[in-house]
Design a protein around this ligand. Structure first.
Ligand code: ZN
Length: 567
């Protein structure tokens, strides 16, 4: 990027023009005809590349619009533009599908596969298997149920200590060092979900029914197969994922029991109850020692040191307004990294609020940003610039570990506490992630279960993955209601295991970095630079890591983590 510095625009100065659907349609139609007529690879390439430019322009306009909308959700102009994209994106996808179908059926397909690589063909084929005109209405119904769920959640109003709260603003109370306070906070959240139980049960029941119907129409025996296709799982199946979960039960769950035992001793409790779990330290979780306004400057220095490059990619992005780090009114919540394809530049949005999580999030999103920059030339197809989602999460999660040695810059003497907490949370997460995953396999393999049977199934699985959880008689949780707190179960079926697979790959990089930092950096660079040209296991192995499904890997990681956390 440094050579291009002179030309790099500021995000705030990029002009936005609403893209023309008609122009897109014309380009798609003419590309389709040219592809069908092409007898030489060069002619086909010229046609598909012109279409790629059209798609890139459309997507770039959408991304600019989404970011500007998220920076000020009260601005009516961006709200209207978002409505335009919501309405027209399905049209664009449909037009793109017709172009790619022509590519799949090209008479000179072998030559084109040779020229373009097979990934774009695999992706296109996959796309054709997960949607057709017979399921469009069902898909609309599915997404409307997802909106219903999100809408109810965003309206959550929990009155706690005389103030109205959302679910996310309850978090500090759930982690409070004052036991009585956190007990009451957890009760307030449980009461909220218990109050919504009937509504959420009905929504989920309908979701399971519709997703199963879509799967049947597309020729799958149940939604599990379709769910895997939607997640673009090219080189592993439910049996492999089951092995992974079994490995977690065998090697990671015992570590979490030890973590909980030590936590109970640290907090000096007779019994560790469910509302004690988020409070890991007597004095609370470590917070950054620098003020929020210094995050950018410190982050810039850290990444310059880490990659031995001045100015760092992080500094260049920030100086060109390609990040917005702090929480404020009328800004969308959460954090993400999104790429402006026409410019080849990623944008980082997050909501710092002076907690340890700020730094983990900043580093995580920077990992996505670094990968986006590193992979810019990895493919001529925008669809193949970034890999499938679990692989993207390796870029970001590994960055959290690779920045461990620099955490003194943010946490001073508390850096060790930060690292210990970060690693502890990562390990506690693995069984939980597997629990969420197995639950969905049970639900979609048995689509006729009643809501009560689903709750009972969750409670049984909890005992396997979280054997130490004690709900202290809370009726909602005892009956298996805790799954309702996980948004992904409703809105992103089968996504959750991705975080676990990425975590195990990132932990391998961390483990290598303990002995050989240079080697770990080389692996990291390789993973990022490969972009989306390979499938998960192929990518991971080509970088010099082992498959996350390997029993051996899980054993090694368990051993290293015990050593690191002194268990
Ligand atoms: Zn991420």
């Amino acid at each position: 990027m440094s050579d291009e510095n002179m030309k790099m625009p500021k995000f705030s100065e990029i002009e936005y023009v609403r893209p023309s659907v008609e122009q897109f349609r014309e380009c798609a139609m003419s590309t389709r005809l040219k592809l069908m007529a092409a007898r030489e690879a060069d002619a086909a390439e010229a046609a598909i590349m012109a279409f790629q430019r059209e798609m890139s322009a459309f997507d770039t306009a959408y991304t600019i619009c989404m970011i500007r909308h998220d920076l000020d959700t009260s601005d009516q102009f961006w709200n209207d533009e978002m409505d335009f994209f919501d309405e027209n994106y399905p049209v664009i996808s449909d037009l793109s599908a017709t172009v790619y179908t022509a590519l799949l059926h090209s008479e000179i397909r072998p030559e084109l596969e040779e020229k373009f690589g097979e990934m774009i063909f695999r992706k296109t084929q996959n796309q054709r298997e997960i949607v057709n005109s017979e399921v469009l209405e069902d898909l609309a119904e599915e997404s409307s149920l997802e909106n219903d769920y999100s809408q109810i959640l965003s309206e959550a109003d929990i009155v706690f200590k005389g103030t109205h709260h959302t679910i996310s603003t309850m978090t500090p109370f759930l982690e409070s060092t004052d036991r009585e306070e956190r007990k009451k906070a957890h009760k307030a959240v449980s009461d909220y979900y218990a109050g919504q139980k009937a509504k959420f049960d009905e929504i989920y029941d309908n979701m399971v029914r519709i997703r199963t119907r879509i799967a049947h129409k597309l020729g799958f025996s149940d939604f599990v197969g379709l769910g895997y296709k939607r997640m673009e799982r090219y080189d592993y199946d439910p049996a492999k994922v089951k092995e992974f979960r079994d490995n977690v039960v065998k090697y990671i769950v015992p570590i979490t029991s030890e973590i909980r035992r030590l936590q109970k001793n640290r907090l000096d409790l007779d019994k560790l109850l469910y509302y004690d779990l988020p409070c890991l330290f007597v004095h609370g979780n470590p917070t950054p020692i620098i003020p929020e306004k210094d995050y950018f400057e410190t982050g810039s220095r850290m990444f310059a040191k880490m990659f031995d490059k001045e100015p760092s990619f992080f500094q260049v992005l920030g100086e060109h307004d390609f990040m917005d780090l702090f929480s404020r009114q009328n800004k969308a919540t959460g954090g993400y990294c999104a790429s402006l394809l026409d410019y080849g530049i990623p944008y980082i949005l997050m909501n710092a609020n002076h907690t340890a999580d700020d730094i983990a999030t900043m580093v995580h999103e920077s990992g996505h940003a670094y990968a986006a920059l590193r992979s810019i030339d990895s493919s001529q197809f925008i669809e193949c610039l970034s890999p499938t989602l679990e692989a993207c999460e390796i870029h970001s999660t590994a960055m959290e570990y690779m920045t461990y040695p620099y955490m003194e810059m943010f946490f001073g003497d508390n850096a060790d506490a930060y690292r210990q907490q970060h690693m502890t949370l990562a390990i506690l997460f693995l069984p939980y992630g597997c629990l969420v995953d197995e639950y969905q396999h049970v639900v979609y393999s048995n689509p006729d279960m009643t809501p009560e049977e689903r709750h009972a199934a969750w409670r049984e699985l909890e005992k396997k993955y979280q054997p130490d959880i004690d709900y202290d008689g809370d009726e909602f949780y005892e009956k298996g209601g805790a799954w309702m707190k996980k948004e992904h179960i409703f809105t992103s079926p089968f996504y959750y295991i991705d975080y676990c697979l990425a975590q195990v790959c990132a932990l391998q990089i961390w483990s290598i970095s303990r002995k050989n930092r240079k080697k770990a950096m080389t692996i990291y660079e390789h993973l990022c630079a490969a972009g989306g040209t390979r499938t998960l296991i192929d990518l991971v192995e080509s970088a010099g890591l082992e498959s996350p499904f390997s029993l051996d890997v899980m054993k090694k990681i368990a051993y290293q983590v015990c050593d690191y956390l002194d268990l």
